[in-house]
Structures are given as structure tokens and as C-alpha cells.
Design a binder for this molecule. Structure first.
Ligand code: NI
Length: 172
């Protein structure tokens, strides 16, 4: 049976859940049908909004979960990013290299700004099934992970900008 997955409304800056730290989930909670449904809804919502990542607080759910993914051939990162589900992420920078690049956010539509991030990070977390994993990312996917993990701390990319002078409207 084909069941359509609802696309959720993405909350914009000003909603308090975007400024609240998210709660970690146990493996048992991750397995719950309502949480598995939320994973599917996050992925569907990210695709519908053409985002590269989406964190649960952005749809009003204060739990430590984000998804990321990008189809191959996207101008932003031609290699694409496979659909990745992360619960309870913990990040550790690898090396001292930092990189400056543009970021946007579905919760701040139409804006973008230059943000400095770690170039390489180790990500630990639990996957969709609650299984622990550890993986190293660099470049654009590492940036996405840092951006999405920040959402789970109640932070947005504006908080990470060292100079607001680059803040711009897309196409403006
Ligand atoms: Ni965002």
C-alpha cells in the first residue's frame, strides 16, 4: 500500500522551539512509530523545500534529530549527499582548518551569509534504527552537519557569523 508522507510546515525564526536545546532520544524512543514517522516527514519536507538539511526543531519537534541529503548534480555540491538520518549528534573538529562559505536556512528564507566552519569533523550519533555510528566528513557535508547540529542547540547560522556585513537577500 502506498502511503503519502505529509510535508510539514517549516517554522521561521521567532518561534521559541528554534531557540531551545533539543532533547536526546534513547534507542527505544527512536524505534517508536511516531518518531519513525517524523523521520520520513523530515526527509519529505527537506525534499519539498529543496533543502540540504533539516532539523526536527524546524518543524516544531524539540528532539535531537536531523536529516541531510542532496541529489547528485546539484550546483551546490555536484557529488550529492546520500540521505543521512542522525539522532543525538556529537561533533568533534579534526584538525585546525576552518573555511568560510555561504549558508542559508529554511527557517530564515531568502537570506544567506558567510559563515566560518570547521573543514573536517567527526560525527557520532545514532542512525534511523538507533544504531550508533561514527563517520568523518569534510567540506560541504561537514558544513551541513555543523549547521544542523547547531539547530539542536537552539542556534542558527547568524549566531556563528563573525561579520554580519555579508548578510544578503538571495538574488538581491
Ligand atoms: Ni537551518
Amino acid at each position: 500500500m502506498l502511503v503519502s508522507i505529509p510535508v510539514r510546515r517549516v517554522l521561521r525564526l521567532g518561534h521559541p522551539v528554534l531557540r531551545s536545546p533539543a532533547r536526546n532520544l534513547s534507542a527505544r524512543e527512536i524505534a517508536a512509530p511516531e518518531v519513525q514517522r517524523l523521520v520520513a516527514e523530515l526527509a519529505a519536507t527537506m525534499a519539498a523545500y529543496e533543502g540540504v538539511g533539516l532539523a526536527a526543531p524546524q518543524v516544531g519537534e524539540g528532539i535531537s534529530l536531523f536529516v541531510m541529503g542532496l541529489p547528485e548534480g546539484s550546483p551546490r555540491h555536484p557529488e550529492g549527499i546520500e540521505l543521512t538520518v542522525v539522532f543525538n549528534p556529537r561533533l568533534r573538529p579534526l584538525g585546525a582548518d576552518r573555511e568560510q562559505d555561504w549558508e542559508g536556512c529554511l527557517s530564515l528564507p531568502g537570506l544567506r551569509g558567510q559563515v566560518e566552519r570547521w573543514r573536517r569533523v567527526e560525527l557520532r550519533g545514532q542512525d534511523r534504527k538507533g544504531k550508533a555510528f561514527k563517520r568523518v566528513y569534510e567540506g560541504f557535508p561537514a558544513r551541513v552537519i555543523q549547521h544542523e547540529s547547531d539547530h539542536l542547540l537552539g542556534k542558527v547560522y547568524l549566531d556563528r557569523m563573525t561579520d554580519l556585513a555579508s548578510l544578503s537577500y538571495v538574488g538581491g
